[in-house]
Design a protein around this ligand. Structure first.
Ligand code: DQA
Length: 157
């Protein structure tokens, strides 16, 4: 086990901290990176922390995770609700993928209830804010320790 995990953020997450802080909080993307690096180190994981506003770039990053990592934590942001290309990229990689959202999209505008990723990811975390990333890292570390390879669903214990 290499413990290498990619954290990928989609459009507008680079503006975290400045962007609608009443919804997304005041932690910046680079502060989130530092927090994640600390949590990952405690869990014995090695992180690649990436963000892009561009759909095609995100597709390539997801492929990169599939080729070079054992797990992926993905906040596809608005593309969650619109992008067949990102859905197909997730379905095309054979590693566990945890979908994460800071907010709970189902409790917001109705257009956020459409989710093109939910049935191609391994698991999901939503609505815990920044702490959701810690939970996602704990979840991925547990999956990897249990020898869960591939983007299959977890067998309920
Ligand atoms: C988000 C939720 C999405 O609906 C939204 O488009 C985002 C952020 C979240 O983390 O809560 O940009 O993914």
């Amino acid at each position: 086990m290499t413990g290498r995990v990619f954290v990928i953020g989609g459009p507008n997450l680079g503006r975290l901290g400045k962007r609608q802080p009443e919804i997304y909080g005041d932690t910046s993307w680079s502060e989130l990176e530092s927090l994640c690096r600390g949590w990952a180190a405690d869990l014995g994981l090695e992180l690649e922390f990436l963000q892009s506003d561009l759909e095609g770039e995100l597709v390539r990053m997801i492929h990169g995770a599939g080729d070079g990592a054992e797990g992926l934590i993905l906040n596809a942001a608005a593309y969650t609700h619109t992008s067949v290309a990102i859905r197909d990229a997730v379905a095309a990689v054979d590693i566990p993928v945890v979908e994460i959202h800071l907010t709970n999209p189902d409790a917001r505008e109705s257009f956020r209830r459409k989710n093109l990723l939910a049935d191609v990811v391994t698991a999901g975390i939503r609505g815990f804010g920044i702490d959701g990333y810690r939970l996602a890292l704990v979840g991925i570390a547990a999956l990897l320790r249990a020898g869960h390879a591939g983007n299959g669903k977890i067998n309920p214990g």
